[in-house]
Design a binder for this molecule. Structure first.
Ligand code: GDP
Length: 370
């Protein structure tokens, strides 16, 4: 039997088959490395040479193990969430895993929300939502991996709350955790030479340690995938289209009862019952919205999916999951959230609406974020 070869950076067992799993290295690189006796996995290689961290995807079991490890440490836990997809970025049961450790909640991607959004209101909203799921963060900080000054503020907050301890950064995939850490590395000059990568004992999870000044470290933990995101039903190209890249320009629709909005062909919103009112859509500026009559909506979708209503594109439309309907009676100003796609704010209590999303994608209602 072949001997297991381990990455000299992180100790993960090297493999050449799955890019998303720990220890991946291209076959050619492995061969070359064996000649020189220095074999790194691709993740460590990139980290050393380009100061870039790549994500490694974990199984649920690996992730649970990792969370359990964290509870047994004496550290500050930094939980990164995506303010554009808060519901898709919470880690279920995190409060049970952190033990006595303080949690700093970081709302990333603030650059996507309208500039008029009051930061105080947003942090308060995040705090309330955290409390609802049992998490009691010591503080809530907003940030953007795209803005250097925001990262500096985050670093200050971490310094303030860590009290000389190690820092563990946790988050589900796609919240921007790697981007934040990459920014942090880049702004700490010369640090790449010091980076050590270590393992949780008894697991194959590699973790990146960025040294902090007093012999402690900021530790990046691999993220876990949330299954109920659009990422699982759309191709990479379409995902880029529906994921907003810059400040969202909200689109306001005055709708009468029995009108429908289509978001490309990936989501649908019906105004079922109530007086004429306004609905504000927070989705990628590149996603086209079509208005139609509720009674015509099914027919339009059947005919135009993949054509007028894109994404999905024509060649994908047959494999695209059917849209599933969720109905809501609005009691207070609320958002109807399409996981990973955006949300529609319904201002008027008393109306009845329905949200449709591809099978497997959550549609949910929450207290309005804006
Ligand atoms: P990770 O899986 O949590 O490590 O997330 P990544 O760092 O890979 O980021 C996921 C996606 O979100 C990438 O397309 C990033 O470019 C984007 N992203 C990360 N941080 C921000 C941010 O602050 N603002 C915006 N607009 N996009 C971000």
């Amino acid at each position: 039997n072949e001997e297991e070869i381990r990455c000299i950076g992180c100790g993960a067992i090297l493999q050449t088959t799955d890019k998303t799993k720990p220890g991946y290295t291209p076959a050619a690189a492995l061969e070359k490395g064996l000649e020189t006796g220095e074999v790194y996995c691709q993740r460590c290689f990139r980290l050393r040479h380009y100061n870039e961290i790549q994500d490694v995807h974990l199984t649920d079991d690996d992730f649970l193990k990792l969370l359990n490890e964290i509870g047994s440490k004496d550290a500050l836990i930094v939980n990164v969430v995506d303010v554009f997809d808060f519901n898709g970025s919470v880690i279920p049961g995190l409060h049970r895993f952190v033990g006595k450790n303080p949690v700093l909640l970081v709302g990333n991607k603030v650059d996507l929300l309208p500039k008029s959004q009051k930061r105080g209101r947003l942090t308060q909203w995040l705090r309330e939502r955290a409390h609802e799921i049992g998490l009691r963060p010591v503080d809530v900080v907003l940030t953007s991996a795209m803005k250097t000054n925001e990262i500096d503020e985050l670093k200050e907050a971490i310094e303030k709350y860590r009290n000389g301890k190690d820092v563990y950064v946790v988050g589900v995939t796609n919240v921007g955790k790697s981007s934040i850490i990459n920014q942090t590395i880049k702004s700490s000059a010369g640090v790449q030479d010091l980076i050590t990568v270590s393992q949780f004992p008894g697991t194959t999870l590699d973790q990146i340690e960025i040294p902090l000044d007093n012999g402690k470290a900021l530790i990046d933990t691999p993220g876990i995938i949330h299954r109920h995101q659009m990422a699982h039903v759309l191709g990479a190209k379409d995902l880029r289209l529906i994921a907003p890249k810059k400040e969202i320009k909200p689109k306001v629709y005055q709708l009468n009862e029995a009108q429908t909005l289509f978001f490309g062909g990936v989501a649908r919103f019906d105004f079922i019952k109530g007086e004429r009112s306004s609905f504000t859509c927070y989705v990628s500026n590149d996603l086209t919205i079509h208005r139609t009559k509720l009674e015509k909506a099914d027919e339009l979708y059947a005919k135009q999916k993949g054509a007028l209503l894109q994404p999905p594109r024509m060649e994908e439309k047959d494999a695209f999951p059917e849209l599933v309907r969720f109905e809501f009676s609005i009691k207070e100003k609320s958002d109807i959230v399409f996981a990973g796609l955006g949300w529609i704010t319904v201002a008027k209590p008393g109306v009845v609406v329905a949200g449709w999303a591809p099978k497997g994608i959550d549609v949910l209602i929450r207290k309005s974020i804006i």
